[in-house]
Design a binder for this molecule. Structure first.
Ligand SMILES: [Zn+2]
Length: 498
């Protein structure tokens, strides 16, 4: 029975804004160690455990830590998590392989390429011959270091992300085949400088990203191709060599891996213009939304996406709704710990008045003064059904719903990842009953609300997760890239090989 070490440090980081990730965010998310790790039945780690057990291997649990995205992981926090994971690994030796559930776009204050740094450290402990397989989000920023230090990398293939479990299992099976000498992974990552938001990055319906994914997946399992992954790079990092493309793992055939990854990256480049979304101002979207019969009309404030690392504290769309006036019912989520505290002190039915918004990350706007009635109070706990955090508890912290005119404002202490409308359900807000529903994510609203919505407008508002990154002044990412350099006809290619 091969002994396989299993660990995870998982989050996505935003280098344009948001609030730093400390140990408290991981404690509020997921932080399990040793035997507790073995209890996971869902998510990437659950899938890894399932496949290891089915494959006759003994999982050796290290540390599993995950947090809702934010800005960078603090140096203290990363050092603490990394040190514990490595200590547990050293204490577990010898192992025949290592499985890591990673994101690929995490960044620490003391390690810009967090996953590259972690893989290097793990490689340092187990030595050059023990296979290491890591799973990644398809929004990973795959670096040369990651490709050189890992034996194989496999990424999720769905967005909205529904396949954490099966990807964990795929990674585990590939590792076991490698450990048993059934295959010898060789790997190539080829990227082109396309940096777009994820609005058209879905894999469900017709979309440019879905087309590239289908093309890539056709090759998986054929000939010597062990795994194909397509990446739409998390566009809110600011690191060298940001790009999107493909990673191909072959059985001892590096030229084939390079060749196929290049073909997929070429297709990605050809579809780049289809990835840029159309955007509207909040005022324009509200005016056009009013001409649509019924609701909800979705106002997609993508720039304030907690799942992409933003603070969730923008009131840009709320301001436009207040200015527009009228009798349209609306729901707007805003993260504001201070306002949540005021509501809890006022109690149910209390009247409150405060400056709301832009308190956590004040770089993107100014607060708005609101007066209203407290209609709901809770501890903000809820449970995710499906997705990457399937079965886990979400924690908005102290939460309130304040009615301002016809608008219900969901005020929370902490930002949380949006999956399938769990937050609204937890506080008893019915999205079917309103004219306008403000959503703050670029994709999962399609699954949660679009089936019963009457219209959708993707908004152009200030924030660290904008719907188009055309105007983002990257400092560390210096290469010409699409869409900023719209006229760029020939891409440059970054090619990393194992
Ligand atoms: Zn993702």
């Amino acid at each position: 029975m091969p002994r396989i070490a299993l660990g995870s440090i998982f989050t996505e980081c935003n280098q344009l804004g948001g609030a730093p990730l400390t140990l408290a965010e991981f404690e509020r998310g997921e932080l399990s160690r040793g035997e507790d790790v073995l209890k996971a039945t869902a998510g990437t780690v659950g899938g890894m455990l399932d496949a290891l057990r089915a494959g006759g291997a003994t999982p050796v649990p290290l540390l599993v830590a995950s947090a809702c995205p934010g800005s960078e992981v603090t140096a203290d926090c990363y050092t603490t998590l990394k040190t514990e994971l490595l200590e547990r690994l050293r204490a577990s030796l010898p192992v025949e392989g290592v499985l890591l559930a990673l994101h690929g776009s995490a960044a620490a204050e003391n390690a810009g390429d967090l996953e590259g740094d972690l893989l290097t450290a793990v490689r340092g402990v187990v030595g050059p011959t023990v296979p290491i397989v890591a799973t990644l989000d398809l929004h990973a920023h795959v670096t040369r270091t990651m490709v050189e230090q890992a034996t194989a990398l496999v990424a999720w293939e769905t967005y909205p992300h529904r396949d954490a479990f099966t990807t964990g299992a795929r990674g585990a099976r590939l590792l076991l085949d490698t450990v048993r000498g059934k295959c010898h992974p060789t790997m190539a990552m080829v990227k082109v400088p396309v940096v777009t938001a994820a609005i058209h990055g879905g894999t469900d319906g017709p979309s440019p990203f879905a087309d590239v994914m289908r093309f890539a997946k056709w090759f998986e399992g054929r000939g010597r191709v062990l795994s194909t992954s397509v990446f739409l790079v998390h566009p809110y990092l600011d690191l060298p060599e940001m790009g999107s493309g493909a990673l191909v793992v072959t059985d001892n055939d590096l030229p084939e891996a390079v060749d196929l990854a290049t073909r997929i990256a070429n297709l990605y480049w050809a579809r780049r213009r289809d990835l840029e979304p159309e955007v509207a101002s909040p005022a324009d979207a509200i005016e056009r939304g009013r001409r649509i019969a019924g609701g909800p009309v979705l106002l997609v404030e993508a720039a304030d996406c907690c799942g992409g690392g933003a603070a969730g504290d923008s009131v840009a769309t709320l301001k436009a709704l207040l200015v527009a006036g009228g009798t349209d019912r609306a729901i707007v989520p805003v993260v504001d710990p201070r306002a949540a505290d005021v509501c809890h002190r006022a109690g149910m039915g209390g009247t409150v008045e405060f400056e709301l918004g832009h308190q956590v990350d004040p770089r993107w706007g100014t607060p708005v003064r609101v007066q209203g009635t407290v209609n709901h109070l809770s501890d903000g706990k809820f449970r995710y059904r499906g997705g990457i955090f399937d079965g886990q508890q979400g924690d908005m912290g102290r939460t309130a719903v304040v009615r301002v005119g016809e608008i219900d404002i969901l005020i929370t202490t902490h930002g949380t990842y949006d999956w399938n409308g769990e937050q609204l359900e937890a506080v008893g807000l019915d999205p079917r009953g309103v004219k306008f529903l403000v959503v703050k994510n670029p994709m999962n609203y399609n699954m949660a609300f679009r089936p019963f919505s009457t219209g959708v407008f993707v908004l152009d508002t200030p924030g660290p997760t904008p719907a188009t990154v055309k105007g983002v002044p990257f400092r560390n990412f210096r290469d010409p890239w699409f869409p900023r350099f719209e006229e760029l006809e020939e891409p440059r290619f970054w090619v990393y090989t194992s």
